[in-house]
Design a protein around this ligand. Sequence first.
Ligand SMILES: CC(C)(COP(=O)(O)OP(=O)(O)OC[C@H]1O[C@@H](n2cnc3c(N)ncnc32)[C@H](O)[C@@H]1OP(=O)(O)O)[C@@H](O)C(=O)NCCC(=O)NCCS
Length: 419
Amino acid sequence: MRPAKLILGGKEYEFPVIVGTEDEVAIDIRKLRDMTGAITYDPGYVNTGSCKSDITFIDGEKGILRYRGYPIEELAGKLIYSAAAYLVIYGHLPDKEEFKDWRRDLTMNSFLHEHLRKFFDHYPITAHPMNILASMIASMSSFYPEEIDDPNDIDRHIKRIVGQVKTIAAYSYKQFIGKPCIYPRSDHSWSANFLRMMFGTPAEEYQVPKIMEEALDLILILHMDHEQNCSTSTVRMVGSSQSDLYASVASGINALWGRLHGGANEAVLNMLQRIHKDGGNYKKYVDMAKEKGSRFRLMGFGHRVYKNFDPRAKILKDTVTRLLADLGNNDPLLEIAMGLEEVVLKDEFFIERKLYPNVDFYSGIAYRAMGIPTDMFTVLFAMGRMPGWIAHWLEMRTDRDQRIHRPRQLYTGPNLQHL
Ligand SMILES: CC(C)(COP(=O)(O)OP(=O)(O)OC[C@H]1O[C@@H](n2cnc3c(N)ncnc32)[C@H](O)[C@@H]1OP(=O)(O)O)[C@@H](O)C(=O)NCCC(=O)NCCS
C-alpha cells in the first residue's frame, strides 16, 4: 500500500503503511517525532496499535472472534479449558502426547507452596477474592525465583500459574466462607477440579455436575483472550520493562478488577438485585434506561466493539438456557433476567441502537445458576483470561519491534515560573 502523507506546518511527510493478515491497515508512525517534532494525541490509545499480534482477531462489525485463526464457535463448547489454553499460549492445538503431558503438568503444578498457602490465614475475612488472587500470584515470584530468560524456566512458570490460579481462586472463596480447603485430583479436568475445590468438603466426595463442568469450560474459553484490552495491555506494559511473568499477570488481574473492565457481570447481578428489591418490575427499569437524559443503563447490554452482536453472548445464551432448565429456575433474579432479555430484544430503542445482551449478561446469569457467589465473578474472568495474558507476555518477549513502553504526553501546565 502507498505511504500515508501528513502535512504539518506546510511541510509534507510520508509514513509507511502496514497491512495485517485480515487487511487491517496501520500507519507506521514510529519516526513521527524524529521527523516532525510532533507526537500523536490519543487518550486511552483507542486509535493506537501498540503491537503486532498473532493471537486473536476481532471484527466488531461482523461479530467475529478467533483465537489463533480458529473461530470461537469452533472452540467454545468443543474443547476443554486446558486444550484451549494450550492453543492460545503455544499457538497450535496439542497433539495427543502433548495434551497428555500438559494436562498432567497442570495438575501436578496445581498445589500451592505450603508456605504460600499459609498466607491465606492472614487475610481478613472481608478481603475481596480478586485482591487475594492478585497478591498471591505476585507472591509466587518470591517462591519460584528462577531465570526469566530461560525458556525451560518460563515454561515451568506458565504451568505453575495456569495450574495454581484455580487453586488460589477456590481457596480464596473457602477463606471467605471460613470452610476447609481441599486439594485437586489428577483424574479431574481443570474445570472439574476448580468446581470440586469450590463446592467440595473433606468429609465426602463431591460429584461435579457434568453440566456445570461443561458450562465452565465454555465460559472460560469465551473469555480467554480479547486482544489489546486494558488488562492485556497492562500485562504487556509491565512485562515490557522485563518484569517476570508473575508480576506481569498479577498487574493484569489488578487492571481487570476495575468495574469498567471485569466487573460488568457483577454489575448485572447487582442491577437484578436492585430490581428485585424494588418489587421485580423490570419494565420500569427498561423505561428508565430509555428516558431522555437518564444516566441509568441496563447492565449487560451493548458493547464498545461488537456493534451487531457479541459472538460470545450468542454461544452462551444456549448454555444458559440448558443450565436453567437443568439446575432449576426458581430464583427470582434469574426470572427477572429472562424477562428483561425478552423485553429488550423486542424494544425499538435497543434495536435501533444495536444494544444486545453481551457476554457479561449471560455469564452473570450462568454463574448465579451454578451457585457461584457474585464476588467470585471477576475471579472467574481472570481464570479464563490467564492463558491470554501469558500468550501476550510471551509474544512480546520475542517480538523484535517491542521496546519498553513509554507513551508521551502533551504538557498543559504553567510555563516557566520562579519563586
Ligand atoms: C458497553 C457500553 C459502555 C458501550 O458503549 P458505547 O458503544 O460507547 O455506546 P454509547 O455510550 O455511545 O451509547 C449509544 C447509545 O445507546 C445507549 N445505551 C448504550 N448502552 C446502553 C445500555 N446498556 N442501556 C441503555 N442505553 C444504552 C446510550 O444511552 C446511547 O443512546 P443515545 O444515542 O440516545 O444517546 C455501553 O453499552 C454500556 O454502558 N453498557 C452497559 C454496561 C455493560 O454491560 N458493560 C459490559 C460491556 S462488555
